[in-house]
Structure formats: structure tokens, C-alpha cells
Write a protein that binds this ligand. Structure first.
Ligand code: COA
Length: 261
């Protein structure tokens, strides 16, 4: 397995753990973290044994967002290099969002700026009720540009208007209420809640889970009428796959499907 400077990556059976590992700076991410996240999530795509990825942060906080020392350095670069570095960061968020495996976020402590962005980029985030979120960029004289599409996909433009403009902080309960996180739980229940989410994903057919992720992209934004050719073809193809045949047979024969260990 690749060795990383700013991440801890390990696999426990079918679960790949990617842990941000700069606890001294609350897992703020610099260029190395951005590079390594992209490498780790591309490797997750290609890892046939990995069925679920869990993204978390070591230490007191999930992530304090972009490393502000690094941000300042990027601003001093020639214009094209500055733009290239921002494009690379955006593509890293995209690699996480588009990961072929479902991605569960374990979010605790603080998830500010890009930390809120990473929370939005995963498929299902499980947060502590007291975790502090915020699109705090305006407090620093910038905007949550790169992360905006990921955050807005989860919370919508209406809520973004208040949160992007004020930069106000909000807790995990509010993050759940606005759809940024899937569940908010007490701190002592966080690991059990993450395990439960992972367990649900592992009892689902792996190809079906990957297909479900693509289906959402394919249907999102379509009218009900325009969705029909997409969705009818989709189920026609899916129900003829070996995995679907095994799923139907397992149910009818009152046994567990082959993918459940
Ligand atoms: N970039 C660079 N360094 C950061 C950082 C960031 N985004 N966030 C925290 N750090 C560093 C601090 O400078 C401090 O370094 P030091 O020990 O050398 O002084 C260290 O991490 C610990 O931070 P500290 O503020 O002492 O910890 P805390 O637990 O009291 O507070 C936060 C944690 C996350 C609430 C606070 O650090 C914070 O508000 N960070 C900025 C978050 C932000 O606005 N992010 C948006 C970026 S676009």
C-alpha cells in the first residue's frame, strides 16, 4: 500500500479507512493533503477488495479546512499557477464525490470551510451533534468557491445564501436539519453510528450500490418525463445482471445473498 505523509490509510476487510493526519493543525489541508487525497481515492476506485471508504480525521477535529499558510502561498504564485492549484483542489473534491465506492464521513470536532466541503463531498456523513460547521471563508475575506457546488448539492442555493454570506457557525444538529449530514449523534455514539452505516452498505449488492450512485447523477435535474427513458433502461439492464439474479434468488430461497459475509 502507498505510504502517505498527511493521511493514514488502512484497509480492514472490505472497509478502507482514509484518515486525515495533521492533528496539530486540526487537519487543515495543504497541497500535500490535496495530492494525497486524490491518490488515496483513486486507489480506492481500483481496490477490488474495498467496498466502502470511511473518511475521518485524527485528533480533536475532522478538518479546519484549507491551511491558511498554504492559501497565502498560493495567492503569491503567478496567476496561472494559482489557478492550476485551485483547479487541482476542485478535482480532488470531485474524485472523492465520484469515488466508485460509497464514502462515509466520520465528522467530529470542527469541520470548517473546506472541512464542511469535504463533509458535503462524501455520500453520507455521520457527525457528532456538537461538531462545529461553517462556511467561514467570508470571515477571511474569501468565498467558499471550490466547495460551493458540493455544498449546494446537499443544502440547496437558498440555505447557501445565508450560510455563505454570513460565515456563521452551526452545529451537527443543524447540519442534519439542513441535509448537510445524514445523521447527527452524541459523541459517544459516533463510531457505532459509522459502523451501522458501513454495515448497511455491506449488506447491499456492491454493483447495485455503485449503480445507485450513478443513477442519482443521471436523474438529478431531469423532468419526470425526461427521466423515464433513463430510469426504465436502467432497471431493465440492472435486473438482468448476475448480481440481481443472485439477489432475487437469495430472497426467494430464504438465504443470504452471496455478497453478505
Ligand atoms: N490553517 C492553518 N492552521 C490552522 C488552521 C487552518 N485552517 N486551523 C487551525 N490551525 C492551526 C492553528 O494556527 C494552531 O496552530 P499553533 O498550534 O501553531 O498555534 C493549531 O492549528 C491549533 O489551532 P487552535 O486554534 O489553537 O485550536 P482550537 O482547537 O482552539 O480551535 C479551530 C480549532 C478549528 C476552531 C480553529 O483553529 C479555527 O477556527 N481555525 C480556522 C478555521 C477556518 O476558518 N477555516 C476556513 C479555512 S478557508
Amino acid at each position: 500500500m502507498t505510504t502517505y505523509e498527511t493521511l493514514e490509510v488502512s484497509r480492514d476487510g472490505p472497509v478502507l479507512h482514509v484518515r486525515l493526519n495533521r492533528p496539530d493543525v486540526r487537519n487543515a489541508f495543504n497541497g500535500v493533503v490535496v495530492d494525497e487525497l486524490q491518490v488515496a481515492f483513486r486507489a480506492a476506485d481500483d481496490d477490488d477488495e474495498a467496498r466502502v471508504v470511511v473518511l475521518s480525521g485524527n485528533g480533536k477535529s475532522f478538518s479546519a479546512g484549507a491551511d491558511l499558510g498554504w492559501m497565502r502561498e498560493q495567492a503569491d504564485l503567478p496567476k496561472d499557477e494559482n489557478a492550476k492549484s485551485a483547479d487541482h483542489m476542485a478535482r480532488t473534491f470531485l474524485t472523492i464525490a465520484r469515488c466508485k465506492k460509497p464514502v462515509v464521513g466520520r465528522i467530529h470536532g470542527h469541520a470548517l470551510g473546506g472541512g464542511t466541503g469535504l463533509t458535503a463531498a462524501v455520500d453520507m456523513a455521520i457527525a457528532t451533534e456538537d461538531c462545529m460547521f461553517g462556511l467561514t471563508e467570508v470571515k477571511l475575506g474569501i468565498v467558499p468557491a471550490v466547495i460551493s457546488p458540493f455544498v449546494m448539492q446537499k443544502i440547496g442555493a437558498g440555505r447557501a445564501r445565508a450560510l455563505f454570506l454570513t460565515g456563521e457557525r452551526f452545529d451537527g444538529r443543524e447540519a442534519q436539519r439542513i441535509g448537510l449530514v445524514h445523521r447527527a449523534v452524541a459523541v459517544e455514539q459516533l463510531d457505532a453510528a459509522v459502523d451501522q452505516a458501513v454495515g448497511e452498505l455491506l449488506t447491499a449488492g456492491p454493483a447495485a450500490v455503485a449503480s445507485a450512485k450513478e443513477l442519482i447523477r443521471a436523474v438529478d435535474g431531469k423532468t419526470l418525463e425526461d427521466a423515464i427513458p433513463v430510469t426504465s433502461n436502467w432497471i431493465a439492464e440492472l435486473r438482468a445482471t448476475p448480481e440481481a439474479k443472485e439477489g432475487f434468488a437469495a430472497f426467494l430461497e430464504k438465504r443470504k445473498a452471496g455478497w453478505i459475509r
